[in-house]
Design a protein around this ligand. Sequence first.
Ligand code: 5GP
Ligand code: MN
Length: 331
Amino acid sequence: MDRTSIRQAAERLRAAQRVLVVCHIRPDGDAIGSLIGLGLALQAAGKEVQMVCADGVPGSFHHLKGSRQVVGRPSGDFDACCVVDCSDLKRTGGVLDNLPQPDLNIDHHITNLAFAQINLVDPQAVSTTQILASLLPEFGLPVNEAVAAALLTGLVTDTIGFRTQNTTPAALRLAADLMERGANLSELYYRGLVGRSFAAARLWAAGLSRLQKDDRIAWCTLTREDRKAAGYPGKDDADLINILSSIEGIDIAIVIVEQSRSRVKVSWRAQPGIDVAQIALRFGGGGHPAAAGAELNLPIDEAVPLILEATQEALPQPEALPDGQAEITII
Ligand code: 5GP
Ligand code: MN
């Protein structure tokens, strides 16, 4: 992120009275934390803010102050538009389709397409909220208790509780700083990563009952019937991918979630040294080397073999891994 872009972004926000903030569909903790963190900070500086997420806020983030303000579509006029935690405009779910090019794109995905007028993208950051934590003071915006809680949520969830390989001392120092500003780490950690509904556990059971291991890939599907039988309200995997990626001796974990008769959502997670973002990109998705996703317009039965084949191709031979990496298991 260059200083000129940061200065331009600060000026753009300073001059705006009505600001639209947008995050991605099927939001995770970093999407919601970034949306609410930036939204509440702008509000605290006296701006009129509309926070938009096409899919709304999942129940596991309703405890965050400001979550009730999030709406599904923008309405009215805006002086500035900021998109957070989205690597491309498609990820906003079409909510910006009839609006001018966004002013700001704040993100940490290596696959980011630099789609805005000003792009503040840092793939080294563990979460988009980590970028926001450094930008808010530059923008002259306050980090009060509610903003700190939102930012810490993104930090905790995108690092899966500070367990990912990219977790740095700076990320831990930021967590401490946000705690000093009033964010409750243990509560945010529990709500964002640990506490799950009974329906989510039943959905896991359905997926785990069909768990497969092909070579060094662990994978399973979640169907519409599974969701119905479990009484699970969302179309996501209820974080089942985190369970699959904790299996020892596995290089890549995959969960394939049926969205409709002709559409699936795929999540990949990889061990260090393997880049699943490249596989996701082949299917029109994106993400990070260690965690990526994509949507395919195919029935689940047709999608599964294609996904497995592409993933097998991306698996390096053991000798191709950096020294010692073949033996390393994370989390
Ligand atoms: P998840 O598997 O949890 O949905 O996503 C893992 C990572 O990949 C996240 O950083 C998420 O933003 C990104 N990702 C997931 N699905 C998509 C997609 O369809 N398109 C793009 N560009 N990124 C995705
Ligand atoms: Mn993120």
